[in-house]
Design a protein around this ligand. Structure first.
Ligand SMILES: Nc1ncnc2c1ncn2[C@@H]1O[C@H](COP(=O)(O)OP(=O)(O)O)[C@@H](O)[C@H]1O
Ligand SMILES: [Mg+2]
Length: 276
């Protein structure tokens, strides 16, 4: 059984960045395998992971439909689909990457799609962890690309409006009947650290352990929003300039310094959630 972690949030909040940090941290776990699943049609997780992609599931489905699923070699459709998927899996150092690409919208439940979905689901079970980078609309999740999610991590900017968007995404996931075991909020790009006092308020009813390291000053309205929407904060990630430099220099997440604040904060979050 794999542990499936889906990262969601509105555009630009840092989903892809946090996904790549999670992948980097998880692959450092001994004897664990990681599948990164890029489910954002505007896929760019591969860039942060420092690998080139060989194709997307969207392209495979299109080709499959164009050929009418007719196969010359006498192989069964199922075998072709499995082989095709394996062809487009990118092998990175310690992880594999599968890119969904563009789909035909939430309404498409055609046979080809279903066949691919079946094998993507089966494939996921081969890994210890699946880390899924989603788009804001959760299209792939809504099309049940993946059956269920163990951890839904909703990324938000540090604003009350951002928290409201995060809440809407949580609602959307519930409305779509996506089975989610646990869902958490992560505040990203925080300028200052949270104050201990506020953290104490935040964790009043939620025992996520010690949030000491994230501390200094935060707008009180932020805390109120989180509480009003009954969201559970898994932790915060500060605005980390080293991430910006990484991007400007065309480097990937594996070039990030071990001491980078964001990397260590994501590590703390994963520990707090017992994921590592
Ligand atoms: N904690 C952070 N500190 C500094 N920059 C960040 C941080 N998180 C994300 N960014 C930057 O914000 C931009 C958007 O991030 P990205 O991960 O692409 O968002 P999304 O995938 O949600 O659209 C990128 O330029 C990224 O480098
Ligand atoms: Mg992204």
């Amino acid at each position: 059984m794999s542990i499936k972690i889906a990262v969601a949030g509105k555009g630009g909040t840092g989903k892809t960045t946090i996904c790549s940090l999670i992948v980097r941290i998880l692959i450092e776990q001994k004897n664990k395998t990681v599948l990164a699943l890029d489910a954002d049609p505007n896929s760019n997780l591969n860039e942060l992971l420092g690998v080139k992609i060989n194709g997307t599931i969207g392209q495979l489905v299109e080709e499959f439909k164009k050929n009418g699923g007719i196969i010359s070699s006498g192989l069964f459709k199922d075998q072709i689909v499995q082989m095709d998927i394996h062809k487009i899996i990118t092998e990175g150092k310690g992880f594999d990457l599968l890119v969904m690409g563009r789909g035909e919208g939430p309404g498409c439940y055609c046979a080809a799609n279903n066949l691919f979905k079946k094998y993507i689901d089966l494939l996921q079970e081969n890994y210890s962890y699946v880390v899924m980078d989603n788009e804001a609309g959760m299209e792939h999740l809504s099309r049940k690309t993946t059956n269920s999610v163990d951890y839904l991590l909703i990324i938000t900017d540090p604003t009350p409006r951002g928290i409201m968007s995060a809440y809407r995404i949580k609602q959307l996931v519930e409305d779509l009947n996506i089975k989610t075991k646990k869902s958490y909020l992560i505040i990203n790009r925080l300028e200052n650290k949270l104050t201990k006092k506020y953290i104490m308020e935040l964790t009043n009813n939620k025992s996520l352990g010690n949030l000491d390291q994230e501390i200094n000053s935060i707008d009180k309205r932020l805390i109120e929003s989180i509480n009003n929407y009954n969201l559970t904060l898994a932790g915060v990630v500060n605005n980390d300039e080293t991430l910006l430099h990484l991007e400007l220099n065309g480097n990937n997440i594996f070039n990030l310094d071990d001491k980078a604040v964001s990397l260590n904060q994501v590590k703390i979050i994963l520990k707090r959630l017992n994921l590592i």
